[in-house]
Design a protein around this ligand. Structure first.
Ligand code: 6LW
Length: 524
């Protein structure tokens, strides 16, 4: 028996330590843009941008670059993240994560105030430091450490490099503009790597839409002169070979050398869903890189990438995914949940009614660039079902609570229960699309408790309700594309949110949500 156990253990450890073949892109689905990655031993850490959502800058961990777990956020306190009344898609832009001498650094920009700053920690799953501000403008900052020095790079007036004191953030040298790319619009997202005595400067050009591409230059000195790779762009889906590729807008990448010596790149892209619109945001993808001695890096052979990647990978270390659903019996909301801007925490409770999320109304509505009582999670799958059950309490005329499919304060579809005239309760479906405000459905219902359901697919969101949680009735459906980045501009993706709002200032209205069930319908 002992022998069998031993052989089994040997087999399992051989199996889990041998390289594997193939994976699926994206490696992190839904609104997770501007990824940056670093390695410590055989642990990989990744961060993405978060704009007007709180907490900010999610942190992921992986052992194989393919299976990622969200382990926390870098910006968890208002002192690190001021988002007061910021516009949609403002707030936190692209972050970079780096590790140096036992410490993790995350550098980013708050475009709504403060500019460029970094935070640091010894434990990326825990709390990060207060912000250290750097007085060099531009966005997409990155750090490069070498021989006790730290260089700060951002794209203001071309790609600018200066040296900073990493303890204080103070500039030690004037910023020098070192490269402006190959002439594409928006040269941005710089990262510096040193290999074989060369400094490589990777950037993106073309903007984060369909014309996105990555270009690279190198120099023997960090301050240049940088020579552009004659084969630029090294990665893009702008050309005819990628015309029908389900992944578009690829760019904004970060190289990482794996613990087995292989090179990889993590980058963003999006999956057009309906009439070339994408709704669930820019996602995080992975591609293998061939980087021979003294040679330029070559990404996945021809500078394009696919959903199904038939390439050798690191040994796979699958992870247990977070529960996508909750009965709100936990002590605090899990890492998948976010608030809008800086939340008024007194309006949220998991303890006042056991097994319920209590949301207390305020006069701030979902249409305001402010902090409504809202909590949501990303739509991470093109096909999904989300349901909840809520009770609306102490409501006055006009007060409401429900579920929202939310792209921004300007673009969201709401399914909600509203207190109406003479104490009536109404179930409403409302579509907010810029200045258009369309009530698609309104009907009287008998009580204060209602089950709500949203179904999403490639082309439509459909809305349903139930009075008993068993039989759901269809109410209305609408095209997804009014919630896309192509329609609305901006850089985020759709959230499925729970919310409440009131007409009056001194409202006592609150809603108890007893569960939230989110189910991917097809694996996409
Ligand atoms: C980001 C820029 C970009 O700062 O989009 O795709 C901007 N790249 O680099 C916002 O995410």
């Amino acid at each position: 028996m002992k022998k069998i156990f031993f052989l089994l253990t040997c087999f399992l450890s051989f199996y889990s330590n041998s390289n594997a073949q193939g994976y699926k892109n994206p490696v992190i689905s839904g609104f997770h843009p501007d990824p940056s990655v670093c390695r410590v031993g055989d642990d990989y850490y990744l961060v993405t941008s978060s704009f007007e959502y709180f907490p900010g800058v999610p942190v992921f961990h992986s052992k194989d670059l393919i299976n990622w777990t969200k382990i926390g956020h870098c910006l968890t306190r208002p002192s690190q993240l001021k988002l007061d009344k910021c516009a949609p898609s403002a707030g936190i832009y692209a972050p970079t994560i780096r590790y140096n001498e036992g410490r993790f650094y995350m550098v980013t920009t708050n475009v709504s105030g403060g500019g460029n700053f970094y935070v640091y920690t010894d434990n990326p799953a825990g709390e990060w430091s207060e912000p250290v501000y750097v007085e060099q403008g531009g966005i997409d900052p990155t750090l490069y450490f070498e021989d006790g020095k730290c260089y700060f790079v951002s794209n203001s007036n071309g790609i600018m490099i200066c040296e900073i004191d990493i303890k204080t953030g103070k500039k030690l040298t004037e910023g020098r503009s070192v490269w402006n790319g190959t002439g594409g619009r928006y040269p941005e997202s710089p990262h510096i790597y040193k290999k074989d005595g060369w400094y490589y400067l990777l950037i993106s050009e073309g903007g984060t839409e369909y014309g996105h591409k990555m270009t690279i230059a190198r120099s023997k000195s960090i301050y240049g002169p940088y020579e552009s790779n004659p084969s630029n762009p090294i990665f893009t889906h702008i050309n005819e070979i990628s015309q029908y590729n389900p992944i578009q807008g690829t760019g904004h990448g970060d190289f990482v050398q794996a613990h087995d010596g292989s090179w990889w790149i993590i980058f963003l892209g999006f999956r057009p869903q309906s009439l070339l619109h994408h709704v669930i945001g820019r996602e995080t993808f992975l591609a293998p890189v061939r980087w021979d001695t003294n040679a330029w890096p070559v990404i996945n052979g021809n500078g394009t990438v696919n959903i199904d990647m038939n390439v050798p990978t690191l040994p796979l270390k699958p992870v247990k995914q977070h529960d996508l659903s909750t009965d709100f019996n936990e002590a605090k909301l899990g890492v998948d949940w976010n608030y809008l801007r800086n939340p008024f925490m007194k309006n949220y409770s998991l303890t006042e009614k056991k097994g319920s999320l209590r949301l207390k109304a305020s006069p701030v509505s979902l249409d305001d660039n402010d902090s409504p009582t809202f909590v949501g999670r990303r739509q991470e799958h093109i096909d999904f079902l989300a349901t909840t059950v809520l009770t609306l309490n102490d409501a006055k005329e006009g007060d409401q609570a429900g579920m929202t499919v939310f792209y921004s304060s300007q673009a969201h579809y709401d399914l909600f229960l509203k207190k109406s005239e003479k104490g009536k309760r109404k179930l409403v479906v409302r579509y907010k699309m810029g200045v258009l405000n369309h009530i698609a459905y309104e009907m009287e219902i008998p009580g204060d408790k209602i089950y709500l359901k949203v179904k999403g697919d490639k082309d439509f969101y459909s809305f349903y309700y139930s009075l008993d949680g068993k039989k759901f009735n269809f109410l209305s459906k609408i095209n997804v594309w009014y919630l896309s980045s192509e329609t609305n501009g901006g850089f985020t993706g759709v959230y499925i949110g729970l919310y409440t709002t009131s007409q009056s200032k001194n409202t006592k209205t609150y809603a108890d949500f007893d569960n939230f069930i989110y189910k991917p319908e097809n694996i996409d």
